[in-house]
Design a protein around this ligand. Structure first.
Ligand SMILES: *[C@@H]1O[C@H](CO)[C@@H](O)[C@H](O)[C@H]1NC(C)=O
Ligand SMILES: *[C@@H]1O[C@H](CO)[C@@H](O)[C@H](O)[C@H]1NC(C)=O
Ligand SMILES: *[C@@H]1O[C@H](CO)[C@@H](O)[C@H](O)[C@H]1NC(C)=O
Ligand SMILES: *[C@@H]1O[C@H](CO)[C@@H](O)[C@H](O)[C@H]1NC(C)=O
Ligand SMILES: *[C@@H]1O[C@H](CO)[C@@H](O)[C@H](O)[C@H]1NC(C)=O
Ligand SMILES: *[C@@H]1O[C@H](CO)[C@@H](O)[C@H](O)[C@H]1NC(C)=O
Ligand SMILES: *[C@@H]1O[C@H](CO)[C@@H](O)[C@H](O)[C@H]1NC(C)=O
Ligand SMILES: *[C@@H]1O[C@H](CO)[C@@H](O)[C@H](O)[C@H]1NC(C)=O
Ligand SMILES: *[C@@H]1O[C@H](CO)[C@@H](O)[C@H](O)[C@H]1NC(C)=O
Ligand SMILES: *[C@@H]1O[C@H](CO)[C@@H](O)[C@H](O)[C@H]1NC(C)=O
Length: 579
């Protein structure tokens, strides 16, 4: 019964299938010589060849103050062998800022787009220069997040681990205000804040985060923005793909309504994917979720049963995996605990210490206890069923993110060290995602992965985590080893793109009232591979006499020096290039 559950769901949900007229060649492209990124069902194809890559996030590229800064940053990124950058194609404000970049004014139920030199022309520059540097760009169209107290009193006011409220960071820091609609007074000047889903919800007079997905006026406004940005780059092969949203979920700073389910979020992705493809037939579209699954939720896009086993599959056909199921997850966990216990016993290193206090997002939907069932990453707690979303016809490939400092993918094994648990979290999540993508039959990208180091921990905005754990974070060498392990796991699991979170750049041009402001530090200058600087000695995020600018750091930036992280990325890029 359980084993064949998906067969039943196929017939149950068949009537729910929206009539999407996406031709199948979009996801099963023939190997032609198109310069646009295409998919053959497991890999990306560019210019007729397989395209597998290492890349980096730099969401702040369009808000840098000079073209030279963009050019240098892209040059530094390209120099390590990265081929793809992931950045924000949105920058919403609720009032026009005095200085700095903004793309869209979302105000009192109306929207208008800034096509001027401090508007979408900045994004034009990023894309043009990326192309000149040989880089492809993944463009994300909105953001789930703004982890700051809402005006209605729900939500949480967040702090970096050194104690400063995240709102003292300039506009366009991810952990500050890529997603709010409040005015904040900072150093006696009125600053305008930037938006994501919650800004639309508030400015359109609504109350729940998920009204972003369902309110018709908001949908129209977001489609309008999407139309204008997407049309701008329809014919540009430097755009790798359109990402519908960073990390869409039922809840954010604004809470979820009681009616939000995984189907709400899946349906919205289907609607927006169809909208994008109606404007732009050239580029692939992806979701941008963190990859949370719901093994036992009803599906809007059920998987068709795999073909009956054949004695010898036709040459060139790849075998599809079975979808991830609850039973399989639980069986795998108990087996891996048994193996690790045996290994620890052999080594004589069965640790006695307890389970680490986990970081939590401020306003996620109710979560079940980790000890029962498959846990929040697989039970639909976040309102996301990445497998159902990946199987939407208009979605070209799967995405997931690896952040074991913020999420728990498998229960902690008390018989392993904290660090080994963190590494295993990532390995388990990557292999699970790879299985899900293989079951669906689409390529897969790890759109972000990161581990907070001690040197970076002062800048980490942990959303909702006890700050009592000190020193917090991995050593630099542990971070490098974890990244190497996750990259190797991704390579052997056929993950088609591996994108680090995130690039850090120093020596940028600082200007008052912009993201890159004078007097801010943002990257712990720890290029070595052995640093174990405790967080208490790192720089104060809001205080520095330095006049050069730093790219935003929310705890994951690695700076532009040739440090160990970049060496690991670079050598992985070389390995997959010579596949
Ligand atoms: C594809 O071809 C175009 C045009 O020659 C080139 O600019 C681009 O770098 C190529 N992409 C890859 C991944 O080889
Ligand atoms: C890297 O950035 C620096 C500025 O910080 C610049 O001087 C240098 O030319 C860049 N390197 C490359 C390869 O573009
Ligand atoms: C917002 O829009 C409504 C309806 O269009 C209008 O009545 C109201 O005056 C506007 N409020 C502000 C603050 O502009
Ligand atoms: C769509 O965007 C344009 C340009 O910014 C704006 O003039 C128009 O009012 C928008 N339409 C809707 C329905 O929001
Ligand atoms: C940890 O190891 C001990 C001793 O072998 C065992 O009794 C216990 O069940 C293990 N705990 C887990 C969670 O595997
Ligand atoms: C943090 O999470 C805990 C447990 O979920 C909750 O009890 C607490 O209220 C949260 N703290 C804040 C400041 O939101
Ligand atoms: C990852 O693979 C590379 C290349 O095979 C290897 O040199 C490296 O040691 C591996 N990393 C880890 C952590 O095992
Ligand atoms: C870049 O910034 C770092 C940190 O502020 C500084 O030590 C270094 O001298 C700067 N390099 C250049 C070329 O300005
Ligand atoms: C905007 O820039 C000018 C010139 O640098 C500066 O004097 C002003 O304070 C800035 N405005 C804000 C709000 O920071
Ligand atoms: C960080 O800088 C701010 C602003 O200068 C200051 O008020 C605060 O006390 C500093 N915090 C620490 C931990 O040094």
């Amino acid at each position: 019964m359980k084993v064949h559950r998906w067969l039943l769901l196929t017939s149950l949900a068949a009537s729910l299938l929206p009539a999407l007229a996406i031709p199948s060649f979009r996801t099963k492209a023939k190997r032609n010589s198109s310069p646009f990124v295409q998919s053959d069902g497991t890999s990306f194809i560019v210019n007729g060849s397989k395209f597998r890559y290492v890349g980096t996030n730099a969401y702040w590229l369009p808000v840098l103050n000079t073209d030279e800064d963009i050019w240098n940053t892209l040059g530094n990124i390209s120099a390590i062998g990265a081929k793809v950058i992931r950045t924000w194609a949105f920058n919403d404000v609720n009032a026009i800022p005095e200085n700095g970049t903004w793309f869209q004014l979302v105000q009192n139920g109306t929207v208008s787009i800034n096509e001027g030199p401090n508007g979408l022309q900045r994004l034009d520059t990023v894309i043009q220069m990326a192309q000149q540097r040989g880089l492809y760009v993944i463009l994300s169209l909105t953001n789930n997040w703004f982890p700051q107290a809402s005006t209605s009193g729900t939500g949480t006011s967040l702090r970096t681990r050194n104690g400063s409220p995240s709102v003292t960071l300039p506009r366009n820091y991810l952990s500050n205000d890529y997603g709010s609609d409040q005015f904040q007074y900072l150093r006696c000047s009125l600053i305008v804040v930037t938006g994501g889903m919650d800004m639309y919800v508030r400015q359109f007079g609504q109350n729940y985060h998920d009204q972003f997905y369902t309110d018709q006026n908001i949908l129209n406004a977001f489609k309008n923005f999407t139309t204008q940005v997407v049309s701008r780059y329809v014919n540009n092969p430097a755009v790798f793909s359109w990402e519908i949203a960073n990390d869409a979920r039922c809840a954010s700073t604004l809470p979820a309504s009681s009616s939000c389910t995984t189907e709400t979020v899946t349906q919205w992705h289907a609607t927006i994917a169809e909208h994008i493809l109606s404007i732009d037939p050239n580029h692939l579209v992806s979701s941008g979720t963190q990859g949370f699954m719901c093994t036992d939720c009803p599906k809007l896009y059920p998987l068709t049963p795999p073909p009956a086993p054949q004695p010898s599959p036709a040459p060139g056909t790849k075998k599809r995996s079975a979808p991830v199921t609850s039973r399989q997850i639980l069986r795998k966990r108990s087996e891996s605990r048994r193996l690790s216990r045996e290994a620890a016993l052999r080594r004589g290193t069965l640790p006695q210490n307890g389970v680490r206090v986990r970081g939590r997002w401020a306003s996620t939907a109710t979560r079940r206890q980790q000890s029962q069932g498959v846990g929040s990453s697989y039970d639909g707690s976040y309102g996301v069923d990445s497998q159902d979303i990946m199987n939407i016809p208009g979605i070209g490939f799967g995405t997931f993110q690896v952040f074991p400092d913020q999420d728990t993918y498998v229960p902690y094994d008390p018989n392993l060290s904290q660090y080994d648990n963190l590494v295993n979290q990532g390995v388990d999540w990557i292999t699970s995602q790879a299985q899900s993508a293989s079951a669906v039959g689409k390529p897969l990208i790890m759109t972000s992965f990161g581990l907070v180091t001690q040197a970076n921990s002062a800048d980490f905005v942990p959303f909702n985590m006890s700050t009592a754990i000190d020193p917090y974070g991995a050593t630099n060498q542990q971070q490098i080893d974890a990244y190497s392990t996750w990259l190797n796991t991704s390579v052997s699991s056929n993950v088609a793109g591996m994108i680090q979170y995130q690039w850090g750049q120093m020596n940028l041009t600082a200007e008052t009232g912009t993201t890159i402001s004078p007097g801010l530090t943002g990257i712990s200058p720890s290029p070595g591979t052995t640093g174990t600087t405790p967080s208490s000695t790192t720089t104060n995020t809001t205080q520095s006499s330095d006049t050069t600018g730093f790219s935003p750091n929310d705890g994951y930036s690695s700076n532009s020096n040739a440090n160990g992280v970049q060496q690991v990325m670079s050598s992985t890029a070389q390995n997959i290039a010579s596949d």
